[in-house]
Design a protein around this ligand. Structure first.
Ligand code: FDA
Length: 498
């Protein structure tokens, strides 16, 4: 309520925010979580919480009049369509040189992501965050995160014959024939549930193509894991449809200003709360935008200059290949990827490429890939006093490195298989999906913009605990690392700062 005083306020309910809420509550602290998106618990008129994939409605996108599909074209024409403007679950946030996809709602990115739960190779983690004790991460915090998230592995015998993974077996075969290593990838989607979907014993979700607009079944998103445990303590209150707009010091802590919105995005109330401790967990983009604006507007003027710096896209790039008629990828495809091509050891351009589904409901002969590369380019956020908004300096050309690294895999596979790239999936005659990312990282880097545990220097009681702590790349899909790092940091904060 307006004017309330609270001991701990968490901005955002994604991975970082969920870990903070649970561990603070277990330590006896009353926690208020403020989330700008909806609580996805009430079914729509079709009886489903999330909308169908092939017939998206307002529930699909965050306050847009038209869908903005990542793979937005097929056979040379856009298949985006008009939708009702609504506080949907997937945000496509446009900056000058990149679109950044993010989850909106209680559970953040866990509501829309592919569930790929990858622990990076230890040497890669150590190179990315050298100030963090890797022994502790791999002995304690990665295992804790994997348990908390409900990560499971695919049954390999089942995989070999499951109709819904033909696309993955074709992707593997092509990788092997060109001499590339590959690996199965764990997931938070319940593979036992998926087996039952394949056997037509339960309502299909992954096998109905559900993923980027939410899964109605099968997925262990944060609302079912960390957040359920957090609210189960009786000490956590989650407030959806509230966007934090400002944080500044005041007597007894920090003044947190927020606006409550309705499902059309209109402000229906503004409120102010005083919190003793504030945890920024609004994601790499959300946290960076808030902190950069607060520094520029003089509300948190003493924040370090490293705030807003070292943002990266995890080297993301997508591409499709056109297979021969005898290498169909299947009409039925699970929307949860389960294997990746590992070419990270290639010094000429490291890449880890997941074999992605393209569940169009018909045979497309498309092999689709999302590559994570070691793109070293970084960008920064700056406050634009003309627009009052925060800009991100990233330019599309900064992703040429990712294209070059991905080509080291797929040029070779194409040559071996006698196949070509699809040029009709990311535009008209556009081969590479190089102008968007699923994996925003950085902007408030650990041990640079914060101390080695996420404390903001000069402002006792302010913390950062999300993907903005990671300097632009994780070498694999990021959420397990974001969760494990949050587990590490909150343990130190609970022990020292309460
Ligand atoms: P996250 O974005 O999860 O949470 C931030 C929350 O804060 C959001 O709920 C947001 O609405 C809220 N918020 C923002 N600003 C606010 C404000 N001012 N006030 C109140 N609330 C605010 N990763 C992976 O490891 N494996 C995968 O398979 C995939 N696949 C994938 C697919 C797609 C389509 C997307 C978009 C993303 C992925 N990812 C992924 C990425 C993964 O989801 C992402 O890295 C994490 O969700 C980031 O976690 P954070 O805790 O940093 O923020």
């Amino acid at each position: 309520a307006d004017g309330e005083k609270v001991p701990a306020l968490v901005i955002g309910s994604g991975y970082g925010g969920s870990v903070a809420a649970l561990r603070l509550a277990q330590a006896g602290v009353e926690v208020t979580v403020v989330e700008m998106g909806m609580s996805w618990t009430t079914p729509g008129s079709d009886g489903k919480i999330f909308c169908p994939v092939l017939k998206p409605d307002g529930r699909s996108y965050w306050l847009r009049d038209r869908t903005d599909q990542p793979v937005g074209y097929f056979a040379g024409s856009s298949y985006n369509k008009d939708i009702e403007r609504y506080t949907g679950v997937l945000d496509s946030e446009q900056f000058s040189g990149i679109r950044v996809y993010q989850g909106r709602g209680v559970g953040g990115g866990s509501l829309v992501n592919g569930g790929m739960a990858v622990t990076p190779k230890r040497e890669n983690f150590a190179a990315i965050l050298p100030s963090v004790n890797a022994d502790e991460m791999y002995n304690v915090y990665y295992p804790r995160a994997n348990t908390g998230l409900g990560v499971n592995n695919i049954d390999r015998t089942w995989f070999e014959s499951a109709e819904c993974y033909q696309f993955a077996r074709v992707g593997r075969k092509h990788a092997e024939r060109s001499g590339f290593g590959w690996t199965f990838v764990p997931n938070v989607y319940d593979f036992e549930y998926m087996k039952k979907e394949q056997a037509e014993q339960v309502t299909r979700s992954a096998l109905a193509g559900e993923v980027i607009y939410g899964n109605n079944h099968g997925k262990r998103s944060l609302d079912k894991t960390y957040l359920a445990a957090a609210t189960g303590t009786g000490k956590v209150r989650i407030t959806p449809m509230h966007t934090v707009t400002a944080v500044s010091p005041t007597e007894g802590g920090y003044r947190v200003e927020m606006k409550e919105i309705n499902t059309s995005g209109a402000t229906v109330a503004t409120k102010t709360v005083v919190a003793q401790k504030v945890f920024f967990a609004a994601g790499s983009i959300g946290t960076s935008k808030l902190l950069v604006a607060m520094k520029a507007q003089g509300k948190l003027p003493d924040l370090p200059d490293a705030v807003g710096k070292k943002w990266g896209n995890n080297g993301n790039v997508m591409v499709g290949r056109a297979n021969h008629m005898w290498d169909g990828t299947g009409v039925l495809q699970s929307s949860m990827p389960c294997l990746g091509i590992d070419n990270w050891a290639d010094g000429g351009g490291p890449a880890f490429a997941e074999v992605a589904p393209f569940p169009a409901g018909l045979e497309t002969y498309v092999s689709l890939y999302l590559a994570i590369t070691k793109n070293p380019n970084r960008a920064q956020f700056t406050f634009n006093s003309g627009t009052g908004k925060v800009d991100l300096s990233w330019q599309t050309s900064q992703n040429q490195y990712a294209i070059d690294a991905a080509k080291r895999i797929f040029d070779k596979i194409n040559a071996k298989e006698g196949t070509i790239y699809r040029t009709d999936l990311f535009g008209v005659y556009k081969t590479w999906g190089d102008d968007f990312t699923y994996h925003p990282l950085g902007g408030c880097v650990l041990n640079e913009a914060t101390d080695n545990y996420g404390r903001l220097p000069g402002y006792t009681g302010l913390y950062v605990i999300d993907g903005s702590l990671i300097p632009g790349n994780t070498s694999v899909n990021p959420f397990v690392t974001i969760t494990a790092l949050a587990e590490r940091n909150i343990e130190n904060i609970v022990a020292s700062d309460l």
